[in-house]
Design a protein around this ligand. Structure first.
Ligand SMILES: [Zn+2]
Length: 559
């Protein structure tokens, strides 16, 4: 047996360091863990998936599956650490922790800790490009003209340029000149500035500093449902990016996946569907189960659970299109969350007033965040403003917040706590899966070599075997099937293979039964067969098969 791998959650691992640790975990736990490559990136890096289950309790595809992915967006480094934590927690706690043991015995986990290894590696090295996309484009090639981000003062960080300009919309705070506040309408008589990301201007006309939307890509807009080429980084066509295409293929090849979470930063919120519709246009039963599972998440992480459309889409005419969740829930009916890890403002003591806000914070909020960053996040997160002679803009200052190491990712000291809380939520979500079991299998001898066989098949899970109403509406949910196999005999009444339909979960029983409320569906269904058999070796086997709720087999001898 190999040694326990040295895995720490107080640092951000490079691709090579992460790969070594994944390989070491797979070597240390060869029975429970299988490491595979889904695809190769533009830069030739493998996109890893770790599959984890106890094979002694049945094949992986015969168990409810849970899918976690991370770092589809390059600069969201905390996500990869959180996915690695989920892998590490499950494997190292098998046989020690009741939940981890039960989950690996009865379910299977698929964890993709770094979907976008090229972009991640790029943004993990100085000057820490604010990079979303994969390796299709490189910095400088992701825009035609205008401002090109560049570490022009050579300090190893991309920060901000404040350019004196009497037309400017910014001014230095009177209390703290490190902070920039917006100039009010009608305000005159001060020293004003324009703020730009650090860089040089390609094809500068000497007047206007244009900034193009980059085409580095946003693979979370590259999925087929509601795809639109107008989205930032949507790609040339759905699944045009090799990493996204490999993810989609993987999800389609694992129809047992019944729950998912995609990790992102930042914001400290658990996001649920819909991406494109108000709650009033969603299935009420689906919303309720999202809220109930989300409530568990909020208890474990402190993060509120919010609708992407209702709470995270400031302009309802500009809904997000082509996201992974849109495809996996709105199309396939899989219960899908996306967690935005890490909330710098909450950590700095700022009261949360909204979930998506591009507007500048007021002076008081900025001061709290500034004080926190200076005290806890060091010079990697804050660069003092320094005078600089810009070849195109003249005398300016360069400095300010390093976005990627402040707002976008937590300080390494906080990483483990964030990773743990969020991974534990996803294990709890996984444990809400449907679980189909043959509760009873009875034989009644009727004489003349005839036997009545009665089986009761039930769903022991929180979720129904169809997972969601959307899955039924889209005909994505396969009915539970029960098959009778007879050894040394034959079935003489009722088909050997029966479709049971769907079995409800306990999710629809939120309160005692009431004629006014949600009416209950069956969680268990009986079936009977008549079998003729003779001889001492005769017996029957019943196999209950649910695409999402697993496969259960029971046998009984006849006579
Ligand atoms: Zn993201």
């Amino acid at each position: 047996m190999t040694a326990e791998p040295d895995i720490r959650f107080d640092r951000y691992y490079s691709y090579e360091e992460m790969t070594e640790r994944l390989q070491a975990l797979a070597a240390r736990y060869p029975k429970l863990a299988t490491l595979r490559s889904l695809a190769r990136s533009f830069g030739g890096r493998e996109v890893w998936v770790m599959e984890m289950t106890n094979p002694d309790t049945g094949p992986a595809l015969d168990k409810p599956g849970y899918y976690i992915d991370a770092q589809i967006h390059a600069e969201e480094h905390a996500t990869s650490a959180t996915a690695l934590y989920a892998i590490w927690h499950l494997l190292t706690n098998y046989g020690r922790d009741e939940e981890a043991t039960r989950l690996l015995d009865t379910q299977v986990f698929y964890v993709l800790p770094r979907i976008n290894p090229d972009g991640a590696e790029l943004s993990l090295q100085p000057p820490y490009y604010n990079w979303c996309g994969n390796g299709r484009f490189m910095p400088g090639a992701d825009r035609h003209a205008g401002l090109i981000p560049e570490d022009i003062d050579g300090d190893g960080f991309l920060v901000w340029m404040r350019v004196p300009d009497p037309k400017g919309e910014w001014k230095k705070s009177a209390r703290n000149p490190d902070i920039m506040v917006q100039r009010a309408p009608g305000e005159e008589g001060g020293d004003y500035f324009r703020l730009y990301p650090e860089g040089t201007i390609r094809d500068f006309d000497g007047a206007n500093v244009a900034i193009e939307k980059p085409f580095d890509g946003n693979m979370n807009r590259n999925f087929p449902t509601n795809w639109s080429p107008q989205e930032y980084g949507a790609g040339e066509h759905p699944l045009s990016e090799p990493e996204a295409a490999a993810m989609a293929r993987f999800i389609l090849d694992h129809p047992n996946i019944c729950g998912m979470c995609a990790y992102h930063t930042h914001g400290g919120i658990i996001m649920r569907p819909s991406m494109t519709k108000p709650d009033s246009a969603m299935s009420a039963r689906d919303i309720t189960l999202y809220k109930e599972i989300g409530r568990v998440g909020t208890e474990l992480t402190g993060y509120p659970t919010v609708s992407i459309y209702e709470d995270f889409t400031p302009d309802k005419t500009q809904v997000r299109r082509g996201g992974l969740m849109d495809w996996t829930y709105e199309e396939m009916g899989i219960i899908s969350f996306g967690t935005e890890l890490w909330d710098l403002e909450r950590e700095a003591g700022v009261e949360k007033v909204g979930y998506y806000n591009l507007y500048p914070r007021n002076e008081e909020v900025q001061q709290k965040v500034y004080a926190y960053v200076r005290e806890h996040m060091g010079e990697k997160a804050w660069r003092d403003w320094r005078p600089f002679h810009h070849p195109q803009l003249g005398a300016i200052e360069i400095g300010g917040m390093v976005n990627i190491w402040s707002y976008r990712n937590p300080p390494p000291a906080l990483l483990e706590g964030i990773a743990r809380a969020n991974a534990l939520f996803n294990l709890r979500h996984a444990a809400a899966a449907p679980h189909v079991k043959i509760d009873t299998l009875e034989v009644e001898p009727l004489g003349a070599d005839l036997f009545k066989i009665r089986a009761v098949v039930a769903n022991h899970g929180y979720l129904p075997t169809n997972l969601s109403d959307v899955a039924i509406a889209n005909k994505a949910a396969r009915p539970v099937e029960v098959a009778l196999e007879v050894e040394g005999g034959e079935v003489v009444m009722n088909p050997a293979k029966v479709e049971l339909g769907h079995l409800a979960g306990r999710n629809e029983r939120l309160y005692p039964w009431s004629p006014w409320g949600q009416q209950w569906s069956a969680v268990a269904k009986p079936m009977e067969w008549l079998v003729r058999a003779e001889g001492p070796g005769a017996g029957v086997r019943v196999v209950a098969r649910s695409q999402k709720g697993g496969v259960h087999r029971r046998e009984v001898a006849l006579g």
